[in-house]
Design a protein around this ligand. Structure first.
Ligand code: NAD
Length: 296
């Protein structure tokens, strides 16, 4: 069993860390929020007094932090994890962050003789709890081979997407598809409704026709056709519009660097930004249908 440092025990990191404890690994955990640390200690992990302490004797270090600035500040510099860990440590950053921060942090780790992967996830809090996350991983073959058994305790589908940063590239591209397709499905259901077509009938037709997609069949933005979708609980998340906006903004930044236009990605970001401006971004992102209905 491995010694694992785990830093960032929030909505995602908390249940991910618990699954590693359940699998028999020895965890040393740190978060700025004492209550999150206490919950993990109750589940069988050891408490570290700092991020550095969590990493200092670990075989693996997993981080699950909000954004690129947090990842940089935790890893880099004289006080960072890279300086604190022993040689041979494998770092796994599962946060969703900007691609330059991921690549720069991994380069710094490799320069110091460590291995590091960017390994963002999809599957949400439910997937984190059930251990069924999808991991999109960037980094060397060697680091991927070492980390895979650890990732398999937290996820079901583990993809090696290529070199450093490519996990973040895959994540940003996937979520841009999701953000755009949810708006497309929402527009279609509102238009159908206004023209006298019942939502269930449109669902029955489109879910077996060429309009079929995940936003419709797993996460339908109108109540009824998919009983488990957030539309059936007043758009309580799920995956918030704020998180979708964060990912679409990362896609915007990446499109500028790559000088690649993403006109629909840009439009989608603007619509979720309207939810933010209206103070409704804590709704599930499928609540964008309320914006299209003129209810926000
Ligand atoms: P969260 O805000 O619930 O958790 C982040 C945790 O990091 C908090 O507990 C915070 O105290 C801790 N933290 C921040 N700075 C720290 C530091 N310097 N040292 C130690 N701890 C620190 O966020 P989350 O929902 O768990 O998301 C984490 C990451 O996963 C984000 O990048 C997010 O985009 C991504 N993600 C989230 C979801 C989701 O559904 N929540 C799904 C996929 C990916």
């Amino acid at each position: 069993m491995a010694a694992i440092g785990f830093i960032g025990l929030g909505n995602m990191g908390g249940p991910m860390a618990k699954n590693l404890v359940k699998a028999g690994h020895e965890l040393k955990v740190f978060d700025l929020a004492p209550a999150s640390v206490a919950a993990l200690v109750e589940a069988g992990a050891k408490k570290a007094a700092s991020a550095k302490e969590a990493a200092s004797e670990a075989d693996f270090v997993v981080t699950m932090l909000p954004a690129g600035e947090h990842v940089r500040s935790v890893y880099l510099g004289d006080d960072g994890l890279i300086a604190a860990a022993r040689k041979g440590t494998v770092f796994i950053d599962s946060s969703t962050i900007d691609i330059p921060s991921a690549r720069e942090t991994i380069a710094a780790a490799e320069k110091a003789g460590m291995m590091m992967l960017d390994a963002p996830v999809s599957g949400g809090v439910g997937g984190a709890e059930a251990g069924t996350l999808t991991f999109m991983v960037g980094g060397t073959d060697e680091a991927f081979a070492k980390a895979k058994p650890i990732l398999e305790k937290m996820g079901k589908n583990i993809f090696h997407a290529g070199a450093a940063g490519n996990g973040q590239v895959a994540k940003v591209c996937n979520n841009m598809i999701l953000g755009i397709s949810m708006i497309g499905v929402s527009e279609a259901f509102v238009l159908g409704e206004k023209l006298g077509l019942d939502a269930q009938t449109l669902f029955d037709i489109s879910s077996t026709a060429s309009g079929q997609c995940w936003s419709m069949t797993s996460y339908c933005p109108v109540p009824g056709p998919v009983p488990t979708s957030p539309a059936n609980r007043n758009y309580q998340p799920g995956f918030t519009a704020a998180m979708m906006l964060k990912d679409l903004r990362l896609a915007q930044d990446a499109s500028k660097t790559a000088r690649t236009p993403i006109p629909l990605g840009a439009q989608a970001a603007q619509l979720y930004a309207l939810m933010e401006a209206a103070g409704e971004d804590s709704l599930d992102f499928s609540g964008v249908i309320k914006l299209i209905r003129g209810e926000i």
